[in-house]
Design a protein around this ligand. Structure first.
Ligand code: ADP
Ligand code: MG
Ligand code: MG
Length: 868
């Protein structure tokens, strides 16, 4: 017999798969003696069998549920449906992985006209009983029968208006009784049935509804976005109610053991007096910050602080806790690992390791490469003082600029077109999830730091300002009114989720620097990593940035980028166009002086660290205008009677250099073999720079591109050696190596290693040539179809093709090391900044990955993850 129902006292926190996260943690808390209302959990297995529509299963399950209910009634000394002392229940879903706001909950189950009277009599509080009743009908109608929540809300608004009050807690018993009446009428109108008065029927329908909620579109969307499996199912927790709506000595709230936005170690959260359930997160009234609880209920505040801290040390993780106070007594209703912003994740991990709560390695494992990437997202320059339109809560850090839209579907439509949008809503609900996902940033006028918008935004790493109460949002008219200003859909605003500011227009954003806890966690990462992280950089500025982001070297310095600068381009063109060797050499001498300056700047920045300089790689025609452009210029010159002979000369050369397939043509070391004077100039410029930098610790490596035969490598090595001989004997220390970017080079790596002192995998070209896919064409043409058809999981230009390109790399590495055991090997393609590809590089034993300077921090944490 499989057990489908567990009393809380029978479970524990390691039973998440079976009891769901909520159930497992409730059970653990009961075990540890925390004040949790009594209850039981129906397992995820039961949910899956129910969803398979197995005949007779529900009847069999119900026998077990009834038995568990009897035990619960006995423990509580109350009976479901009793007209003297009725037990009321909450029915809560709880999946194995937390899905905030995704699944549904029904509170106060067991109420009908009779039990309501009994509840009123027992509590001596008629208002409370009516309030609980109206909440129950609304939740049951919404969750179980799919009656739109807004329809109930709009009746509530009517009653509030008629009674001239602003908030629900100001409604008296008569008004609430009236509301219950209207709710029942609505329920009947919408469902065609009377509201079910039998508590056992209510319970069964509610349990089934929770099971069914596993497959609602919004739950499915959430799982899809977060790459979660569909076959886990949800558990159902049935527990005794405790009441936060019994009066001013009662209340409900949520709190975190640390601040989920910035990670500060301080009790953090919100509460509402005389309220129940989701009032706090639903943005019905704006809740008070938890610190205020100390003034209102000092004992409770102290008790709660202590329990929260204990829970955190027990689970060694930041906790997100729901609590309710019933007439001065504290109950804990849920605890789970708290979601947090990227900034908070880093701070909490470092703090906890420093406190001795977790190890450094655990700390590293708690910061994802994704989060590090997000931290490098834009911020408003701290020095810039913007004009602030309105102030809300700093719900999720970072800044975003975009056109405002009011509708989630519109947000998706515009962002698909590549527009940057801000989603502006009074508050958000799980039905808006696609819009939140599409938007750059989120702005709400209602709700606190724990509102739906805030929680989801932090999870997605999007800037969010919530509860900006000065905003008047006219959803129908698609207008946002702030004071006497009116903004329409499409107007551009900036939101700053780090400070809560709403700003007119587009504010210039800047990248934050690496400091504080981020620096610490990245330093720890370097300690555990086997792989080093280097950067690709072509200028002294790149080098400086790379170094400040923690790069341990320059893995690829592309000399051709230096020729693109305005003052160099004409000289470069002269060199390319030259027909005679002498003419070319004259231009090259000029370039040599320029290159020398560039190299000096970079070498100086990288003092003490290796710099790999790659000699000229692209086809020469890239330095000339297109033939069609030249035709145009020649025609213009002739029209105005100027001499076009020079332009004609350029055109001749451009035509002469034109190739059908330039990426497989006259480029890379082929240039250096055919026009040795070009490479000789570059090598001299490198040595010139080195000779002058006597005060710099130089680690220069010269790299040949697109080599595939031993002969090519030998000629080029000889070229370097002979030029080095022109300089003072023994004064230059450098390495000569090659890129491995052609399949043949990978296969013949053994003989290349006889000359090459290092390898660097150029995986952009290696992917292109190994797979026979043109990188410049396929992405636009058919890669999307190929990914959809499952040929590739992702574009192989984005995530390294382990099976093909990866195998070539392994072969090259092995053959190279056989010949030259201490050969240093890295990767300098785009893949060097991709976490999955980095894990692969680690697994085959590369020495370093080199990526764009901005990706260095991400690569550092990814390299550490590979080694955990
Ligand atoms: P979610 O997963 O969306 O947070 P929950 O099941 O945790 O849903 O519950 C929704 C709300 O109802 C929470 O605020 C919770 O604290 C409250 N709640 C749940 N069970 C009880 C109970 N037994 N007594 C009082 N409030 C409850
Ligand atoms: Mg909920
Ligand atoms: Mg909850």
């Amino acid at each position: 017999m499989i057990k489908y129902v567990y009393d809380f006292s029978e479970g524990s926190s390691d039973m998440k798969a079976l009891l769901g996260g909520k159930g497992a943690y409730l059970a653990q808390m009961v075990k540890e003696g925390l004040p949790v209302p009594s209850g039981f959990t129906v397992t995820t297995k039961a949910c899956l069998r129910y969803l398979q529509q197995e005949k007779g299963f529900m009847d069999a399950l119900w026998v077990d549920v009834q038995a568990a209910l009897s035990r619960l009634e006995e423990r509580m000394g109350k009976t479901l449906g009793s007209d003297s002392d009725p037990l009321l229940l909450s029915v809560r879903s709880g999946a194995p992985v937390s899905m905030p706001g995704m699944m549904d909950t029904v509170l106060n189950l067991g109420l009908n006209d009779e039990t309501r009277s009994a509840l009123a009599a027992m509590s001596g509080n008629d208002r409370f009983a009516w309030d609980s009743y109206r909440r129950f009908i609304q939740m049951f109608g919404d969750v179980v029968k799919g009656v739109a929540g807004e329809k109930f809300e709009s009746l509530l608004d009517d009653v509030k208006r008629e009674n001239v009050v602003t908030y629900d807690n100001q409604l008296g018993p008569d008004a609430l009784e009236d509301l219950v009446c209207r709710y029942k009428t609505l329920y009947k109108k919408e469902t065609g049935e009377d509201f079910p008065s039998d508590p056992m029927v209510q319970l069964k329908l509610a349990v089934e509804a929770v099971f069914d909620s596993w497959n609602t579109p919004r739950a499915k969307t959430y799982r899809k976005i977060h790459h979660m499996a569909d076959d886990m199912g949800t558990a159902v927790n049935v527990m005794a109610m405790v009441y936060g709506n019994l009066g001013d000595d009662s209340g409900t709230g949520v709190c975190f053991s640390r601040n989920p936005a910035d990670g500060e170690k301080k009790l953090y959260g919100e509460f509402l007096i005389n309220a129940q359930g989701e009032d706090v997160v639903a943005g019905i009234r704006t809740p008070q910050p938890i610190a205020a609880l100390e003034g209102v209920m000092p004992d409770i505040y102290r008790d709660l602080s202590e329990k929260v801290e204990n829970l955190e040390s027990r689970f060694q993780e930041m906790q997100d806790i729901e609590f309710t106070v019933e007439r001065g007594k504290l109950y804990i209703l849920q605890t789970r690992t708290g979601k947090r912003s990227a900034q908070a994740a880093v701070k909490i991990a470092v703090d906890m390791a420093n406190e001795g709560l977790i190890s450094k390695k655990t700390a590293i494992g708690r910061v994802t490469p994704d989060q590090v990437e997000r931290l490098l997202h834009s911020q408003i320059d701290p020095g810039y003082v913007p004009e602030v339109l309105a102030q809300g809560l700093p719900a999720s850090p970072g800044a975003a600029v975009g056109q405002i839209v009011f509708d989630p579907d519109e947000a998706v439509r515009l962002s698909d077109k590549g527009e940057s949008v801000l989603l502006v809503r009074p508050e958000t609900t799980p039905d808006d999830i696609h819009g939140l996902y599409a938007a750059r940033g989120i702005l709400t006028s209602r709700g606190g730091m724990t509102s739906h918008a805030a929680v989801v935004a932090r999870g997605l790493g999007k800037p969010c300002v919530s509860g900006a109460e000065d905003l008047l949002i006219d959803l129908e008219g698609k207008r946002l009114i702030i004071g006497d200003r009116i903004f329409s859909e499409g107007d551009v605003l900036t939101v700053d989720g780090s400070t809560g500011r709403v700003i007119e227009g587009s504010v210039p954003l800047s990248l934050p620097s690496i400091s504080g806890e981020l620096e610490t966690i990245l330093d720890w990462s370097d300690e555990v990593s086997a792989l080093q992280v280097w950067a690709n950089g072509d200028t002294p500025d790149d080098a400086k940035r790379a170094r400040s982001f923690g790069a341990k070297g320059i893995g690829l310095c592309r000399t051709e980028h230096m020729f693109m600068a305005e003052d160099r381009f004409p000289v470069m063109q002269r060199m390319v166009v030259a027909k005679e060797l002498e003419e070319r050499k004259a231009a090259l001498e000029e370039l040599r002086a320029m290159q020398k300056e560039d190299f000096m700047g970079i070498f100086r920045e990288m003092d003490g660290l290796p710099v790999i300089v790659r000699l000229l790689d692209p086809p020469l025609h890239e330095f000339l205008p297109r033939v069609s452009e030249l035709d145009k210029r020649i025609a213009q010159a002739e029209e105005s009677g100027q001499d076009a002979s020079a332009l004609r000369k350029v055109k001749d050369r451009a035509e002469n250099l034109r190739e059908v397939n330039p990426m497989l043509g006259f480029r890379g070391c082929r240039l250096g073999l055919v026009y040795p004077e070009i490479y000789e100039m570059q090598i001299r410029a490198i040595f010139d720079a080195m000779s002058e930098l006597t005060d710099v610790d130089l680690k220069v490596e010269i790299m040949m591109p697109l080599v595939q035969t031993k002969r090519e490598m030998s000629i080029l090595k000889e070229m370097v050696l002979s030029i080095a001989g022109e300089y003072e004997a023994g004064s230059l220390k450098y390495l000569v190596g090659t890129m491995i970017e052609l399949p043949r080079a990978a296969l013949r790596a053994g003989e290349l290693a006889e000359d090459a002192e290092f390898f660097s995998f150029g995986t952009n070209d290696l992917t292109q040539t190994c797979l026979g896919l043109s990188r410049d064409d396929v992405e636009a043409k058919f890669m999307k179809d190929y990914v959809e058809k499952g040929v590739f999981k992702l574009s192989p230009f984005h995530e390294l093709d382990r099976d093909g390109v990866g195998e070539l790399m392994s072969i090259a590495l092995q053959r190279g090391r056989e010949v030259r055991p201490d050969i240093s090997v890295g990767i300098c393609g785009e893949h060097g900044g991709n976490p999955e590809s980095i894990a692969f590089c680690h697994s085959i034993g590369l020495d370093y990955v080199s990526c764009s300077p901005f990706r260095v921090p991400v690569a550092r944490i990814a390299a550490a993850w590979s080694a955990l």
